[in-house]
Design a protein around this ligand. Structure first.
Ligand code: ATP
Ligand code: MG
Length: 370
């Protein structure tokens, strides 16, 4: 799929902007703080319904304005989709698909698939488990909208259960109905996550092998909070989840928090048997993320039937020549958006058809197109 056009009004540092994109490669070049990432963020907003930089939608509205508007025209193999997002300081955002307002944000997912690769993604490897859960949640939601709904349901139940535990003042109370619901949606989450990781792990392993000329084996594992076997099915997982909840009840009452369930899941990344988080060099960590991102592309292609669009925010200059080349070779069929402060090191420009834009203080001009 591809984004043919984007329109921004009062979005971050843009007054009004309309851009036609190249079907293959789009390079946005400019100094720091000019608005390059803002354009990628706007595309991401139309795909996922939120920013990748902030949880506060208001921040995307131009500072001195009350509302902002983004529209993208998406072309798929068989149809075209217009996505519009209207942000308002006072009200909730409004999303329209082909002019029809959505009643549930989840219905946006799947209209424009996207893979984002930014320096922040190193966090997936280096930081705490919540970063890895965020990765799973964002990715699985895109290919499986029912995951998004199950996750929301699970989080609501979790909040309720936590509230009961928090309000507990030594009186007797019953958690059982909450346990049952938590376990039901939680078990589905675990099954979706296990399947997803199994598939992405295989794709990432193959990619990583190629990038490192067979020197490194990348393993990715699902480290679920509920200890289950690989081939356990729904009922078995559910029973183990319930059992673990029961065993933890005293501790939970003491800590006044739900300590058991997929909200505590994690993923493990290993290279040649060693955990990348603790033993990997900077370069290995970066390469592992690159392999993961390329695996995401392939996984989405397999699921959706066409490639998502790819946003590379400030990552090219951080990769060495060999990795840059590998990336370029693998992007031939993927519409890609690259932001960079310096164009010279990107030998990519000479190798592929592209459109080159300069971004300066909220204004974008096209420099070349081939
Ligand atoms: N809500 C807003 N209203 C007006 N301007 C904003 C708003 N949010 C951000 N900006 C401005 O947008 C600019 C940053 O844009 P962006 O993050 O796209 O920069 P960039 O070109 O990607 O820079 P870098 O190379 O440093 O990553 C800053 O000048 C910032 O002040
Ligand atoms: Mg930027």
């Amino acid at each position: 799929m591809l984004v043919e056009e984007v329109k921004l009004i009062q979005y971050r540092n843009y007054k009004e902007l309309e851009l036609q994109f190249h079907p293959k490669l789009n390079i946005l070049v400019g100094e720091n703080a000019q608005g390059k990432t803002n354009v990628l963020e706007a595309l991401y907003l139309c795909a996922i319904g939120k920013s990748f930089r902030t949880n506060k939608d208001q921040e995307m509205i131009n500072m001195v304005k009350e509302s902002a508007y983004v529209k993208v025209k998406v072309k798929k193999q068989t149809d075209k989709v217009d996505i519009e997002v209207l942000l308002n300081k006072e009200k909730n955002k409004k999303i329209k698909i082909n002019k029809l307002s959505l009643t549930k944000y989840g219905d946006l997912l799947g209209n424009l698939n996207i893979v984002l690769f930014s320096p922040e993604d190193l966090k997936i490897i280096k930081e705490g488990p919540s970063e890895r859960r965020k990765f799973m949640n964002n990715d699985i939601s895109q290919i499986l909208p029912k995951y998004y709904y199950t996750l929301n349901q699970y989080n609501k139940i979790l909040q309720q259960r936590n509230k009961i535990l928090k309000d507990f003042r030594g009186k007797k109370f019953d958690l059982e109905i909450w346990d049952e619901q938590l376990v039901n949606s939680g078990t589905w989450l675990m099954i979706y996550r296990r399947n997803f990781i199994k598939r992405i792990a295989l794709l990432a392993k193959l990619t990583h092998r190629k990038i490192t000329d067979g020197l490194e084996e990348l393993e990715i594992h699902y480290d679920s909070n509920i200890k289950v076997k690989d081939n356990d099915e729904f009922e078995e997982i559910k029973n183990k989840f319930l059992k673990q909840l029961k065993e933890n009840k005293d501790l939970e009452m003491m800590r006044r928090l739900t300590l058991t369930g997929p909200h505590r899941d994690d993923m493990i990344f290993k290279i040649n048997g060693l955990e990348v988080k603790n033993y990997g060099s900077q370069g290995q960590q970066r390469t592992a993320v690159l392999s993961l991102k390329l695996a995401e592309l392939e996984l989405m292609k397999g699921e959706v039937g066409e490639y998502p669009i790819l946003l590379l925010d400030d990552v090219m200059s951080e990769l060495d020549g060999k990795r840059q080349n590998y990336l370029i070779q693998n992007l031939k069929n993927v519409q890609t958006f690259i932001t960079t402060t310096i164009i010279e090191p990107l030998n990519i420009k000479n190798k592929q058809q592209h459109k080159l834009f300069t971004v300066c203080n909220g204004e974008v001009s096209t420099i070349s197109s081939k």
